[in-house]
Design a protein around this ligand. Sequence first.
Ligand SMILES: Cc1ncc(COP(=O)(O)O)c(C=O)c1O
Length: 422
Amino acid sequence: MNPARASVGHYPAERVAQSISWREVATGGERFSILFRSAGNLSQRLKIDGGTPAFPDGPPAWPVADASILSSVNDALTSGQWGLYEGALLTQTRAALQQMWRLEHALLCCSGTVAVELALRGCGVKAGDEVILAAYDFPGNFRAIEAIGARPVLVDVLPNRWTMDPAQVSIALSASTSANISAVLVSHLHGEIADINSIAAIARDAGVKVVEDLCQAPGAMLGGRMLGTFGDVVSLSFGGSKPLSAGRGGALLCNDQGILQRAKIFAHRGNDAFPFSQIQAALLLPQLANLENANRRRLAAARKMIAALAALTQLSGLEEADVSGGLLPSFYKLPIRVGEDAPFSRTDFLAVIQAEGVALAEGFRGFVKRSNRRCRRVGDLGHARAAAAATMVLHHPVLLCEDRQIERLIETLGRAEKYLIS
Ligand SMILES: Cc1ncc(COP(=O)(O)O)c(C=O)c1O
């Protein structure tokens, strides 16, 4: 049968035939196989190419109020607990966090951004100090350092990665210019677990504190130990988009009474200046109980994505080694990079894939372009520059979807790549 006369999916044969470019027609012997491939693609044309989007309803909603959250909030409403500034729900939340992280102290606050600042203040960072920060990180972390009157010292991330390079931390701390450095702020980002063992050891030797920013990785584990317990203090976010969500909110956890006290003194000004409320606690508590289970489910989906990305030619992501071997990552965002030599730009790829209803967006812009007035640099920061230029991040809710949604997503990424290459 002449393939050009066949109907493919719901596309009539005429449209199949029209889709064959003159180049394909001209390839003679290869013609039929090309025609079939072209016809196969046609049945699932991308939105940008006149087709229907893979996810017509857009990305899955987040946060989702399941029965346990509804019941917890209902209890808080009917008991009147929601109106208290301080009460059982806040006490339970602090206790649950302390128990999960096996850390002695918990301070709840209004956001992860504030939790990072309070953690730095708790570590004794003061105006005129310097804080080591990866040159690819959440913008608010740069500002949290500045808010104290301290100055970021930018170090590079690992090659092709998103987290701080311990060797660069070592260089920063052993340089003659290190006298004012009083802390290292290290984020576990995009499902990648920073080399926190090395960073904490280097910082400890130099007598500087380590703040672990776990806003993107709540519940992640390294060697069976909760991330956030390797440094001196850990900051968490309960923002609306986060895997653990109270709409807004944050916390810091630590063992050191001094860190807690300094953070509290700053936060409590005759009143709690950055409060977390009882109703937020009611939202959060049921999610804490389910966090490890949800992280394991997200990981299973992420591993499928990672394996599929490895088979694509122009896109790359985390490596299998980053998510196996006793690690339990926690995915707030799953990173995908556009290859340096890709024949399309990140902007083009995002336009195609976002039209499909996929929540993929640019990663952080990083701090490489920040002025020298605002920060100090260690080395050329080339890997952070590359990360800022090439990173896209997939929002986590899809990772809790059924397998067929993940498969559709993988297939859509592949089609988008193919479309942009051809
Ligand atoms: C690494 C990191 N730190 C801190 C924050 C701040 O958290 P929040 O939005 O709760 O202020 C975020 C938020 O996305 C983040 O990604």
